[in-house]
Each structure stands twice: as structure tokens, then as C-alpha cells.
Design a protein around this ligand. Structure first.
Ligand code: PMP
Ligand code: GLN
Length: 392
């Protein structure tokens, strides 16, 4: 049968590919972003108790009320904005569904959507699926003047025209670890003053920021929040990526459109997980621990890499560290990532996979992404294995 593909150039994601290779070669999987430890046992208990208490049927389409209230309270505490739990907060199947539902609901055929490159893999194909066009604004790469990646706002502004509907932002940023600074939000406010755009803010790693940096949610600025969908994921915060529970917050009019899509994509997401998360957030969850927990892991990996030929780049947030392998090889990133998995038992993600054209030389800067959401002993094993890599 002749199937006319809507995404003819899209293959299995790099995360699945590298995870499969890791299994095949019994490598340590530092690629796909997930922890090799369990969530807090008290959280698991809350979910278990929710199941035993009979919370096993459909949840309300917009999410369990107590969870929406717990999210509202947390956002007031952290970012000073009060989203109405009835009209402005929706529980979704991970940040993934929140992103897809927002794009499907808010972007029209022929619209343009600006994404910052390197970019998380979901954005561009989803934009294309609704008949819209992704426009890429490349980040400034680290240089002698600044150690981290930065958003190139001139490049963003150059792309804006009367077809531009949305800008997608992601902070803390996967894969670079960049975080939005005050000056970035100032700049964004200026842009929004001039152009009536929607901002889709992927803040899945909102609680994982380091060295005293504060996460600057778009919810902290009223002028931005009015035009934003702010998205997060419990998977990252509570070490439960497999639960696929996330949420999106936006003003009522925007939320109403997103909910029209959400109700037909998934209708609602697992009830006992939502009830358990609400109970846990109300009773125990202190999300500020998460940043210290991950900062130690980042520092352990960075220290372990000192005796290797892999040089870490700066990482302000997320649980990913980019390393440069230029001392070891000049081969393209995908090939090096595969060799490292097969020969040295360490799976990583080539950073080129976050570019629209991964094979292009400009997308290959001899960089690999390592996920450090791993037990200390796993990090030590990886550092040890990498110290024996001289050539790839
Ligand atoms: N956005 C970013 C930047 C991510 O890294 C991820 C990761 N997994 C997601 C969204 C999706 O989150 P979830 O697993 O909650 O769907
Ligand atoms: N967000 C995860 C990462 O960047 C992957 C999630 C997925 O496999 N889709 O590694």
C-alpha cells in the first residue's frame, strides 16, 4: 500500500536509537534523559494508596482538582503569578502532550514558528504536522567572551514577520544547559510589545538550576505571562519520567483552545498518579532540594572527566552536560557516539541531533550530551571508562 507520509524525513528519535544501542552493547546509558534511580518512596506510596483508595477511573479532562491547586500554590510561591486552577491550568500527558496540544491548538497552516537551535526534537515536526513552518534562530555558541550558549536575539528578531505566530523557548535548555537571564526576559518583553506573538515556554527542567542561578519562568513577568503557555513536567522534578505527567498554564482564552485539543488527544491522564502527586506535593515535596541533588551529580561528573580527553562545557541547568571530544577525534558526532557505545560501553547523544540538519558540518562541533541523572557509582564507572578513550 502506498502511504503518503506526513513526515517523510522523520526517523526513530535519537533518544530511542541510542537507548537501543546501549541495550545491544550493554553500555551505560548516559544518552536518553532519565534517572537510574527511583522516585522518593513516599511518592510511590502516595500513588499506591490512591490506587487502593479507588482512584482508578477517568480523571476530569482538565486534571485532578487537588493537583491543579497544588500547582497553582507552587507557582505563586516560586514565580508570584496566580493561575486559576479551573480555567488556566491543565494536566497533560507529560510536557510532550502539553507542547503538542499547544502547537496544534494555536498554530495555523502557513504560520511561522520560531525555534531556538539547537532544539528539542519534538518542536519542528509538530509545527510541520499542522502545516506551519519552523524558522530556526541559531544560538550563539560558547566563545572567549562567554562560556555558555546564549540566545541570539538579533537572529530571532530578523525572523519575525507578519506570518510569525509563536516563539518556542526552552529554559533550562536541553541540550545546552543555558538558562534565561533577566536581560533575555527584558528583550522578550520588547519583542512582545511590538509583535503580538504567543510564547510557548518549555520549562520541563524548571527546578534543576545550579550555582545559585534562579529559574526565570515566563510566569514571573506579567507582560510575558499574558501571552505565554508555561509548561512543566513532573517526570524531571520527581525522578519519574515514565509516569508522563506534566502540565501547562496559560491565560483562560489560550487554555480554552489547548483544552479543546487535549480532550481529543488523550482526554485525561492517569488518575492515581495525579492524586498521588497532589498528596505528595501537599505533604512533602520541597522542590528546592532537586537543584542541590543535581548540582552534586553535575560536579561529580565534571570532576571525573578531568582525567579524560572529554572537556565539559558550562552547564547552568537541566541534567545534561555537553562534552567536547576534539582532543580525541575529529569524526562526526553520530559516528563518535556510536563508537563510544560499542567500543567503550558509554551511550551518549550527539548534539548534532538537535539541529535541523544533523549531518551538516556546522551541526558537528565535536560535542556529545551526557545525562548525569545517574547514581554516583554509575557516574564513576562512566568517568573511568572515558579515561581509557584515546581515539575514536
Ligand atoms: N521538553 C524538553 C526540553 C525535554 O527534555 C523533555 C524530555 N523529556 C520534554 C519536553 C518532554 O517531557 P515529558 O517526558 O514530561 O513528556
Ligand atoms: N527528553 C529526553 C531527552 O532529552 C528524551 C525523551 C524521549 O525519549 N522522548 O533525553
Amino acid at each position: 500500500m502506498n502511504i503518503k507520509s506526513k513526515l517523510p524525513d522523520v526517523a526513530l528519535t535519537i533518544f530511542s536509537k541510542m537507548s537501543q544501542l546501549a541495550v545491544q552493547y550493554k553500555a551505560v546509558n548516559m544518552g536518553q534523559g532519565y534517572p537510574d534511580y527511583n522516585p522518593d518512596h513516599r511518592l510511590i506510596k502516595c500513588v499506591h494508596e490512591a490506587m487502593l483508595a479507588g482512584h482508578n477511573q477517568y480523571a476530569p479532562m482538565i486534571g485532578v482538582e487537588r493537583l491543579r491547586h497544588a500547582i497553582r500554590n507552587q507557582i505563586i510561591r516560586l514565580y508570584g503569578r496566580s493561575y486559576d486552577p479551573n480555567d488556566e491550568i491543565t494536566i497533560t500527558s507529560g510536557a510532550t502532550e502539553a507542547l503538542s496540544a499547544s502547537i496544534i491548538a494555536l498554530v495555523h497552516p502557513g504560520d511561522e514558528v520560531i525555534i531556538i537551535e539547537p532544539a528539542y526534537d519534538l518542536y519542528a515536526p509538530t509545527i510541520r504536522l499542522v502545516g506551519a513552518i519552523p524558522q530556526y534562530a541559531p544560538m550563539h555558541r560558547p566563545s572567549v567572551n562567554h562560556q555558555n550558549y546564549q540566545i541570539n536575539w538579533e537572529a530571532v528578531e530578523r525572523l519575525i514577520n507578519n506570518r510569525t505566530r509563536m516563539i518556542i523557548l526552552n529554559s533550562p535548555h536541553n541540550p545546552t544547559g543555558f538558562t534565561l537571564q533577566t536581560t533575555d526576559l527584558d528583550r522578550l518583553e520588547k519583542i512582545i510589545e511590538q509583535h503580538k506573538l504567543i510564547l510557548l515556554s518549555d520549562e520541563a527542567y524548571e527546578h534543576i538550576v545550579f550555582d545559585g542561578i534562579e529559574h526565570l519562568s515566563l510566569a514571573t513577568r506579567p507582560a510575558l505571562a499574558e501571552r505565554s503557555v508555561v509548561i512543566s513536567s513532573f517526570g524531571k522534578t520527581f525522578h519519574a519520567t515514565g509516569w508522563k505527567i506534566g502540565y501547562c498554564c496559560s491565560p483562560k482564552k489560550i487554555s480554552a483552545e489547548i483544552r479543546k485539543v487535549h480532550q481529543f488527544m488523550v482526554f485525561s491522564v492517569p488518575t492515581p498518579l495525579q492524586v498521588g502527586l497532589a498528596e505528595y506535593m501537599n505533604s512533602y515535596a520541597e522542590v528546592h532540594h532537586v537543584k542541590h541533588f543535581y548540582q552534586k551529580k553535575r560536579d561529580r561528573l565534571v570532576a571525573g572527566l578531568q582525567t579524560t580527553g572529554f572537556e565539559p562545557l558550562e552547564c547552568q541547568g537541566t541534567f545534561f552536560l555537553i562534552v567536547n571530544y576534539q582532543k580525541i577525534s575529529d569524526k562526526p558526532e553520530q559516528l563518535v557516539a556510536e563508537q563510544l557505545t560499542k567500543k567503550h560501553g558509554v551511550a551518549t547523544i550527539p548534539v548534532s541531533a538537535f539541529y535541523q540538519n544533523p549531518a551538516h558540518p556546522s551541526s558537528n562541533q565535536q560535542l556529545l550530551r551526557l545525562c548525569f541523572a545517574k547514581q554516583d557509582q554509575t557516574i564513576d564507572v562512566v568517568a573511568d571508562r572515558l579515561s581509557n578513550v584515546y581515539d575514536l
